[in-house]
Design a protein around this ligand. Structure first.
Ligand code: CP
Ligand code: NVA
Length: 308
């Protein structure tokens, strides 16, 4: 079953094929109203369940719109409203949903929940973010980088801030798409060993550099994310802010990167915290293209999953 669970567990050639198709599908729609269907309707007669156990703006809307553009239908479900949120097992939920829908997108907490859903589903399961990863986001991000700057292979990406779920997927992508990644952040919030080891085992240079100005030297892309993720306890907020404040992406930091370096953020951004307004709204920022490309990248992910 071609699930799309993580970048490190998906074949490298398949990932590249998904991005090629996303670019072609995006080009084919240029200038059309968002609500216009694609010329081919590959998801005609298909229904996709979109399950959210955490809040979402981009993931929710981009999957919903993309599936409709491809002629499919969606059901947006919140975990708390399902029996899933009241004790029915993930495995049983997977078995039942597979009798109704053609694919399942799940945003959940621990990645073990996603794995259990995929193990017991008779239809493809797509990772819409877990505490540990966010692969759909980084597919859109790699697509965005390549639209603006050409091949990402051999480039230097710098992650500044919390070594979180989005950072982990960037590390997986470093291995799969062949770029180097420097992490700059406090040691207490280093990325986990698994994704770091995966990138290094693939021969990629992964550097941990505590000095943010030194880290961004030669960077083609600077990326950050919120200092407090949805799975982090609010009681850790002040400590995290104190640890992460030196890693804010501001004009001074961007000026130390390679000329023409891009800035990315998966959003939602906390302006004035991990990134300043000047960077978010400045010439290096491609954050709105990233958000748009969620739509195109995920349409291609779903087609790959469904073999359409
Ligand atoms: N970047 C992202 O996944 O945004 P949402 O949480 O709004 O879906
Ligand atoms: N790291 C963030 C990403 C949100 C899209 C979170 O998990 O809350």
């Amino acid at each position: 079953m071609p699930h799309f669970l993580d970048l490190h567990t998906t074949d490298r050639a398949a990932l590249r094929g998904i991005l090629d198709r996303a670019a072609a599908m995006k080009a084919a729609r240029a200038g059309r109203p968002r609500g216009a269907g694609d010329d081919d309707q590959p998801l005609a007669g298909r229904i996709v369940a979109l399950i959210f156990e955490k809040p979402s703006t981009r993931t929710r809307v981009s999957f919903d719109v993309g599936i409709r553009q491809m002629g499919g239908q969606t059901m947006v479900l919140s975990g708390s409203e399902l029996q899933l949120g009241h004790g029915e097992t993930i495995a049983d939920t997977a078995r039942v949903l597979s009798r109704y829908v053609d694919a399942i997108m799940l945003r959940t907490f621990d990645e073990a929940v996603l794995a259990e859903m995929a193990e017991h589903a008779g239809v493809p399961v797509v990772n819409g973010l877990t505490n540990q990863s966010h692969p759909c986001q980084i597919m859109a991000d790699v697509m965005t980088f390549e639209e603006h700057r050409g091949a990402i292979a051999g480039r230097k990406v710098v992650w500044s801030g919390d070594g979180n779920n989005v950072c982990a997927s960037w590390l997986h992508a470093a291995a799969q798409f062949g770029f180097d990644l420097t992490f700059t952040g406090p040691s207490a919030l280093d990325p986990p060993d698994g994704p770091v080891g995966f990138a290094r085992a693939a021969g990629r240079r992964v550097v941990i550099e505590r000095d943010p100005l030194a880290a961004v030297a030669g960077a083609d892309l600077v990326v950050t994310d919120t200092w407090v993720s949805m799975h982090d306890s609010q009681s850790a907020r002040e400590r995290r802010h104190n640890l992460l404040r030196p890693y804010q992406v501001n004009e001074r930091l961007m000026a130390a990167a390679r000329p023409g370096a891009l800035f990315m953020h998966c959003l939602p951004a906390h302006r004035g915290e991990e990134v300043t307004n000047a960077v978010m709204d400045g010439p290096a920022s491609v954050v709105w293209d990233e958000a748009e490309n969620r739509l195109h990248a995920q349409k291609a992910v779903l087609r790959w999953c469904l073999g359409l």
